[in-house]
Design a protein. Structure first.
Ligand code: NAD
Ligand code: UGA
Length: 374
């Protein structure tokens, strides 16, 4: 199969590109970075176009025409960015993504669109707390693709522009499906985590997701900061589990994924952010920390306004209902929380700088890991 993978060199994209090549598909990656697939460059079947898709006339239609299936992973996907530059988030995640969808619709190509579990927004429990018999019942936060209502916060909380842009894009794909028989599948990832998720904070001017903030504090010293007490909960999904599900959606056996939305996530790996911090610190202290390394970080509280600025509001809890993925794809996640964190953290402690160079490298264990690789 010829796959056009837009954003195919990002976190999810790099793992998916590797899997597709392994299964002997031909993959055309369009991305403006290539660091995360640098070790794949030169492999038979891979073509890379380093391109900013916001530029005019870069050849979108020709590349879509040439593909059997198009996968769209391009987005700003980190909450700090939704608060810092909401208009750019909208332009990339909606306007540019819509151009891709339109090209696929016009050229009659199947589109696999990456959306987000954030489209579910907040739980009813977050605002009906006093009126619910058992507000902590997971049933209040278990979201199903075709039945659950989508609850966004007020406009002045501009964090929701990301989820709103993704939601509108989903609604347009659905309408293309209804009116023009367009063939799409939508994926709603629930906090995928694994090697290459984000760069560490000290090493880029980017804004990572929580794992990389915490990992950075563990490796370089500093503080692990809990936003608004760290009581919000997420279901973490190891990237290998996620890629297995995504690959099955690409294969689309008996066309079961046509015009379907899929939650992809691990319902059994639910954790509060506070517990995530404690668990990561314990794993690091027991398995990775050595004398001479920076002191283990303290875990402190910080307000969301101090951490993100005005306009932030959190998704309080989200658990995927994966009934559809189980029944149509025969997929279930296998990785538990501790194994997921150990595998991801181990990558950042031993492999990360072998791939991305040694900027701000001050870590003895890493030096040893480097030495043993030569
Ligand atoms: P990522 O940031 O690692 O990947 C996005 C890729 O798009 C990057 O490689 C980036 O270079 C590329 N890109 C961004 N703007 C571009 C442009 N203008 N031109 C060309 N390339 C551009 O993010 P990810 O975690 O791999 O997420 C992939 C998709 O899945 C996104 O749509 C995201 O919203 C969605 N998603 C991811 C998660 C998750 O758990 N990682 C959760 C929910 C939704
Ligand atoms: C992210 C992004 O919206 C998308 O990539 C995606 O839609 C979603 O993850 C996903 O992976 O499914 P979120 O989980 O809120 O959303 O992103 P994180 O930055 O990882 O934050 C998780 C939680 O940790 C939030 O409650 C945040 O406030 C908190 N946090 C973040 C801290 O307590 N400390 C930090 O240092 C950073």
């Amino acid at each position: 199969m010829k796959v056009l993978s837009l954003g195919g060199a990002g976190f999810i994209g790099s793992h998916l590109t590797e899997r597709l090549l392994h299964e002997n598909h031909s993959v055309m990656v369009v991305d403006y970075y290539d660091d995360k697939i640098s070790e794949l460059i030169g492999q038979p079947g891979l073509t890379l176009l380093k391109q900013d898709i916001r530029e005019d006339n870069w050849g979108l239609e020709e590349h879509v025409k040439d593909a059997d299936v198009v996968i769209d992973l391009i987005a700003y996907a980190n909450p700090g960015l939704y608060v810092k530059m909401p208009l750019e988030v909208f332009e990339l995640n909606f306007t540019e993504n819509l151009k891709i969808a339109k090209a696929c619709q016009m050229l009659n190509k199947r589109l696999i669109q990456f959306s987000t579990c954030e489209v579910y927004g907040k739980t009813p429990a977050s605002f009906l707390n006093g009126n619910l018999v058992n507000p902590d019942d997971p049933a209040h936060a278990t979201f199903s693709e075709d039945h659950t209502n989508l609850i966004m916060g007020p406009i002045e909380k501009h964090r929701w522009i990301y989820a709103s842009a993704k939601q509108l894009l989903e609604r347009i794909l659905h309408a293309y499906g209804l009116e023009q028989d367009f063939n799409y599948s939508i994926i709603r990832p629930f906090n995928f985590i694994g090697p290459k998720i984000d760069y560490l904070l000290n090493e880029t001017d980017g804004i990572p997701r929580v794992f990389s903030y915490f990992m950075d504090a563990l490796i370089h010293g500093g503080q692990m900061k809990l936003v608004d007490g760290g009581n919000h909960r997420r279901c973490y999904t190891y990237i290998d589990d996620a890629i297995e599900a995504i690959y099955r959606i690409v294969q689309n056996p008996n066309r079961v994924c046509d015009q379907e939305i899929f939650n992809i996530g691990s319902p059994h790996n639910e954790t509060s952010i506070k517990d995530l911090a404690v668990l990561m610190k314990d794993i690091y202290a027991n398995d990775m920390w050595q004398e001479g390394m920076p002191e283990l970080p303290e875990i402190i509280d910080v307000s969301s306004e101090d951490f993100y600025g005005k306009g932030y509001e959190d998704s309080d809890r989200r658990i995927p209902d994966i009934t559809k993925a189980k029944s149509l794809l025969g997929w279930e996640p296998e990785w538990d929380m501790v194994s997921t964190l150990k595998a991801t953290m181990n990558y950042y402690v031993t492999e990360y700088r072998l791939h991305y160079g040694m900027r701000s490298w001050k870590h003895d264990l890493l030096k040893k890991a480097m030495a043993s690789k030569h």
